[in-house]
Design a protein. Structure first.
Length: 460
């Protein structure tokens, strides 16, 4: 009997996907410089590159799109959007954006300057890049258990409170404009943060008068993990848990393309009126008027409805269960990955998968290139290719603690059969892992987001 949690919905509309031959995929990879971001989506059989904006919207959301009011200012959908986010987060000022990285850009451009330090459990790529773009210093302080792939801990996304306080004292509270907790912790394997950790982080920061922000892209998945893993929360509803999580936050950034269940959109919400006013002025300059922030009225409506739908416990059980199902199949064949599985993806431990390839030759990128070459599956590397950089003072390369390959599962898109195909393909590749070769970069951009545009070749 399958341990797969059945979908709590029926399929109403389908989209055709097509297979390609290994020869076609090899040619596509060469043309793309072995960068999976440059592969046309119609040439991808199963697309696990990201769970951001790739989900399927509900009939309720599509119905809401038909009510879109495209007035430039204060359209009716704005009021539903604002009310929904205020009720969800308890925060007073809501600023719409067309996606999460713009919310990060608006926030950090307002509070970060040269030498300022932003602390986090783990910054994701765009978060880190936006701090760096404003000449700030992003530091990750996830607990040590979060850096050990095989170590079982219910909340490996937690920030280390002792390291947090030590770092605050080292840099001085005046040099730390905010601390941002990513829930769930994307760079660390999609691992959740406990309510106790959020609460204690807030208490510590309050004593130093430092604001706490949440990167809440996957807030509902985090809330579900709290419900099933943290003592005292089993009898609470997801809605109650979410409200408590946000009660500790001074502000929130969110890409609604994840737990907002939409294909575009995001927001920034906070309580500091003076800061909100400064950010709104910048918003008008780069995104649009205060009540649409780069979005159409129909997008605002879809987000408002999605933020309510995502709180459904049946959906969250299925969502987290789907990820676990893929992880269980891989574990049965010895494929190394971050354990326990997180809320939106399985993260393969590329360093254990390909121990013969050094970090300097990007084992994770070799794995994603070969996975597409052999099976038409697209995934993304989160490791040395994405994060390794040269130390400005010593000139030496600094490598991340983990080299991961993220198999991000789009919401309400793929079925059990699709996941079985993914597992079987990875297992076959694992059995042939000794034949895989390392890679080197032959062209790259100048930004800290090189992984979006760089070109590579295999080392012969």
């Amino acid at each position: 009997m399958s341990n797969y949690v059945p979908e709590p919905f029926r399929i109403k509309v389908i989209e055709k996907i097509s297979k390609t031959t290994p020869e076609e995929r090899e040619e596509l990879l060469k043309k793309a410089g072995y960068n999976l971001f440059a592969i046309p989506s119609e040439k991808v059989y199963i697309d696990l590159l990201t769970d951001s904006g790739t989900g399927a919207m509900s009939d309720n959301q599509w119905a809401g799109i038909q009510t879109g009011d495209e007035a430039y200012a204060y359209c009716r959908n704005w009021f539903h959007f604002e009310e929904t986010i205020r009720n969800l987060t308890g925060l007073k000022f809501v600023i719409p954006t067309h996606q999460g990285r713009v919310a990060e850009n608006l926030l950090f451009s307002a509070v970060v300057s040269k030498g300022k330090v932003v602390l986090s459990n783990s910054h994701f790529d765009t978060t880190r890049a936006n701090v760096l773009a404003n000449q700030g210093i992003p530091l990750d302080l996830v607990i040590d258990e979060g850096k050990i792939p095989d170590f079982i801990h219910p909340f490996k996304g937690n920030i280390d409170l002792q390291k947090l306080e030590k770092t605050i004292r080292h840099y001085g509270k005046e040099n730390i404009p905010l601390v941002i907790l990513t829930i769930t912790n994307n760079s660390g394997g999609g691992q959740p943060v406990s309510m106790q950790n959020i609460r204690e982080t807030k208490a510590l920061l309050k004593s130093y008068d430092i604001p706490l922000f949440l990167d809440a892209c996957r807030f509902a998945e985090n809330a579900y993990f709290i419900k099933i893993r943290e003592a005292g929360y089993q009898q609470k509803t997801i809605d109650e848990i979410v409200h408590e999580m946000f009660s500790y936050a001074d502000g929130v950034t969110m890409s609604a393309k994840k737990d907002g269940l939409v294909n575009i959109g995001g927001f920034l919400a906070l309580n500091d009126e003076a800061l909100a006013d400064r950010i709104k002025e910048h918003l008008i300059l780069i995104e649009g008027f205060l009540t649409y922030g780069g979005l159409a009225g129909r997008d605002l409506e879809a987000i408002a409805r999605g933020l309510k739908e995502v709180l459904d416990e049946d959906y969250l059980e299925y969502r987290v269960g789907q990820v676990k199902f893929l992880g269980d199949m891989l574990e049965a064949s010895g494929v190394p990955f971050i354990k326990p599985t997180g809320g939106h993806a399985v993260y393969i431990d590329a360093r254990q998968f390909l121990p013969h390839i050094p970090q300097s030759q990007f084992p994770g990128q070799s794995l994603v290139a070969n996975l597409y070459r052999r099976a038409g599956i697209r995934a993304t590397e989160i490791g040395s290719y994405m994060f390794a950089h040269e130390d400005s003072s010593t000139g030496e390369m600094v490598y991340p603690d983990l080299d991961l390959v993220r198999l991000a599962i789009p919401r309400r898109v793929y079925t059990e059969s699709h996941l079985r195909y993914v597992a079987e393909s990875i297992i076959k590749l694992y059995h042939d892992r000794d034949s895989l070769k390392g890679m080197k970069i032959v062209a790259k951009g100048e930004s800290s987001l090189r992984h979006f545009v760089a070109r590579l070749v295999f080392i012969e």
